[in-house]
Design a protein around this ligand. Structure first.
Ligand code: FPP
Length: 236
């Protein structure tokens, strides 16, 4: 479905505040992540009817390894469970699921599940869901630079022929359009290494709502405000 005028085609979300949500209720942080995973399901289900074609969510950053082993393993377990339990629903809803980030450090079983769901949903096109796992914008640009340098070293490419398109194509997000809107929850107003290259012209929305409280209604309200924005892409 084509986006309606004023509707962002590609929405990217920094899902923040799971830990604070749980702690404020006296619960372990992982309870917040569990509730966060439920919100992911709801938002994925609602996105196509809101006119969104591409939804990219920041689930685990290259910096998140600094958390306790218990929390890291708990979050990784949620990813595996989401893939296993949602596979049927994703296909039924026409969702194509992909990942960005460096997979090499992830558990082999999780890597296999990621490759499996990508293949399983490759023919779907109602919604393109991209989950960023072990993702960092700088890390992605560094890996892209290596790929380009390897092509130069192999004599396939000369440095003078490197264009923005060459960089785009070497990124994990090569097949995705740039995000039109980046949303961050929980009141923090940082970009935290998310889609540094791709978000060059994106609009940003910061909401105080914590991710476990982020409903499709909150998303719809943010999108209704996006329609009023005048995006000039550097022009006048
Ligand atoms: C940020 O909140 C959240 C994360 C680092 C983990 C995101 C994971 C999920 C939403 C669950 C599973 C996702 C999928 C795709 C199934 P935080 O822990 O940084 O919150 P805080 O800033 O309040 O501590």
């Amino acid at each position: 479905m084509a986006s309606a005028p004023g509707t962002p085609r590609h929405v990217a979300i920094i899902m923040d505040g799971n830990g604070r949500w749980a702690t404020s209720k006296g619960w372990p942080r992982l309870v917040g992540h569990r509730k966060g995973a439920e919100r992911v399901k709801e938002v994925v289900r609602a996105a196509p009817d809101l006119g969104i074609e591409y939804l990219t969510i920041y689930a685990f950053s290259t910096e998140n390894w600094k958390r306790s082993t218990e929390e890291v393993l708990g979050i990784m377990g949620l990813f595996a469970r989401y893939i296993q339990r949602e596979a049927k629903a994703l296909s039924a809803e026409g969702v194509r699921m992909r990942f960005v980030g460096d997979r090499a450090r992830l558990d082999q079983k999780l890597q296999d599940l990621m490759a499996w769901i990508e293949a399983q949903t490759a023919g779907n096109s109602r919604l393109n869901l991209t989950v960023a796992i072990n993702y960092g914008g700088r890390d992605e640009l560094m890996r892209a630079t290596r790929r380009i340098a390897e092509r130069v070293a192999a004599g396939e490419l000369s440095p003078g022929d490197i264009t923005e398109g060459t960089v785009d194509a070497a990124l994990d997000s090569a097949d995705l359009p740039d995000p039109d809107l980046v949303i961050r929850t929980s009141g923090e107003t940082r970009v935290s290494n998310f889609l540094l290259w791709q978000a060059a012209y994106a609009e940003f929305e910061f909401t105080p709502v914590l991710w476990p409280d982020f409903t499709p209604e909150v998303l719809a309200e943010i999108l209704s405000r996006f329609g009023d924005r005048d995006r000039r892409f550097g022009g006048v």
